[in-house]
Ligand binder design. Structure first.
Ligand code: ADE
Ligand code: ZN
Length: 345
């Protein structure tokens, strides 16, 4: 059934979104740090936050572009100090994800944001793995952790971080590349990504969030990634969309993030419809939900209303996320069967 007007969400589609077994492929654990938890951790660790209250912190989340957001996001990470902080952060995300119907998640973490402050990588990874294991026991949410390099730092620092993470590589599914996009090209990281692949890891990278479609093509070429994170600017170039389809590369789009960071002026301006029509395997995700006003369900609802998406589109988006994940073949089959039941109502 079509909604009456663009911008209004059909109640039946809203119920369908609630039922979808969701797979989240683009969420930064550091971006799930809600102000309430930030204040709790600040108190526990004796750290002063530059805000008088939770409300004041949340009200400060007005961003003009990616960099203005990243400045706030990196500063807030100062409250993450002990292994239990990383565990609590992960647990809090999984509780919200569970409420949104997430069945499998492949979250990013940025180890350099923490090791640069003197936090041992063992505490960062150990705490996150504790949280993921507890979340799986409690909610049945399976996961694959992605170690993401900061592209504004030198490639030597990425190499050192990959070496430092070696004891945990059997618990990490992939490496990624994030942070400031413009002025920090992917090519210098080609050797790091090749080494990660030789160690048995999969590869993904942010591209085409702020920079144009050509960066999506260059990233696929240089880093041989299975997924491009964001990639929504690929819609500006039919050749790049064809490349994505032919190479079988999944895009992890984040509608709320794109509006809050002014990649698009509104949901109606998103390129997701164009990408779907071109046959690109696009998915819906939350990116940094504590900062962008909503978790994955909210992103599904917003883009469905904004682009007047229909049940068949939602089916495709949810199936793309299952198929584009690094879950085992058996887990994918389980999730696809659950999806078929959800679509049947
Ligand atoms: N780190 C956290 N969120 C990010 C985003 N949207 N783009 C690049 N780096 C990020
Ligand atoms: Zn991201």
């Amino acid at each position: 059934m079509r909604s009456d007007a663009i911008g209004a969400l059909d109640p039946e589609l809203s119920l369908l979104i609630d039922r979808l077994p969701k797979v989240e492929l683009h969420v930064h654990l550091e971006g799930t740090l809600e102000p309430e938890l930030a204040f709790r951790l600040a108190l526990r660790n004796g750290i002063a936050l530059p805000f008088a209250s939770v409300e004041e912190m949340r009200a400060a989340y007005e961003f003009s572009d990616l960099q203005s957001f990243l400045n706030v996001y990196y500063a807030a990470c100062a409250v993450l100090v002990a292994r239990e902080d990383f565990r609590d952060l992960t647990r809090a995300y999984l509780a919200r994800a569970h409420a949104d119907g997430v069945r499998h998640v492949e979250p990013f973490f940025d180890p350099q944001t923490h090791t640069e402050r003197g936090i041992p990588i063992a505490d960062v990874i150990g705490g996150i793995l504790d949280g993921l294991a507890e979340g799986e026991r409690e909610y049945g949410i399976t996961s694959g952790l992605i170690l993401s390099f900061l592209r504004h730092l030198p490639v030597e620092a990425a190499d050192a971080e990959l070496a430092a993470a070696e004891p945990w590589l059997d618990r990490i599914v992939a490496v990624g590349l994030d942070s400031s996009e413009i002025g920090f090209p992917p090519e210098p990281f080609a050797g790091t990504f090749a080494r990660a692949r030789s160690l048995g890891l999969r590869t993904v990278a942010h591209a085409g969030e702020e920079a144009d479609a050509s960066l999506v093509a260059r990233t696929i070429d240089a880093l041989e990634v299975s997924r491009i994170d964001h990639g929504v600017r690929a819609a500006d170039d039919p050749t790049v969309m064809r490349l994505l389809v032919e190479a079988g590369v999944t895009l992890t789009a984040c509608p709320n993030s794109n509006v809050r960071l002014r990649v698009f002026p509104s949901m109606e301006g998103s390129t997701i419809r164009t990408l779907l029509d071109a046959g690109v395997a696009v998915t819906i995700n939350s990116d940094d939900p504590a900062y962008f006003g909503g978790y994955i369900g909210d992103n599904y609802r917003g883009i469905t209303a904004g682009l007047d998406l229909q049940a068949a589109d939602l089916h495709r988006l949810a199936a793309n996320a299952i198929n584009g994940s690094f879950a085992t073949a058996a887990r994918k089959q389980e999730l696809l069967a659950e999806l078929a039941l959800a679509i049947a109502g």
